[in-house]
Design a protein around this ligand. Structure first.
Ligand SMILES: [Zn+2]
Length: 73
């Protein structure tokens, strides 16, 4: 958690100026580029997305088969 000694308060990294300085006194507090952990998408999210894509892809195949053959599996 970034801390401004001049203003005696904690900052949310996103509430800092884009260059990582305090918006109140202009003191450099933290490098915004270091704040990657909060915004990083967790790996299990992509597992869910992959599973969803595979599932929807299979449903699409079923619909195409149904449209061609006329019988629902
Ligand atoms: Zn400050």
């Amino acid at each position: 958690m970034p801390w401004c000694e001049t203003c005696n308060r904690f900052y949310n990294p996103r509430s800092l100026a884009p260059d990582g300085t305090c918006t109140t006194c202009g003191r450099f507090i933290a490098d915004p580029a270091d704040d990657t952990d909060d915004t990083k998408i967790p790996w299990h999210f992509w597992v869910l997305v992959a599973a969803l894509v595979l599932y929807l892809g299979w449903r699409l195949v079923e619909v195409v088969i149904w449209l061609i053959t006329g019988d629902w599996p």
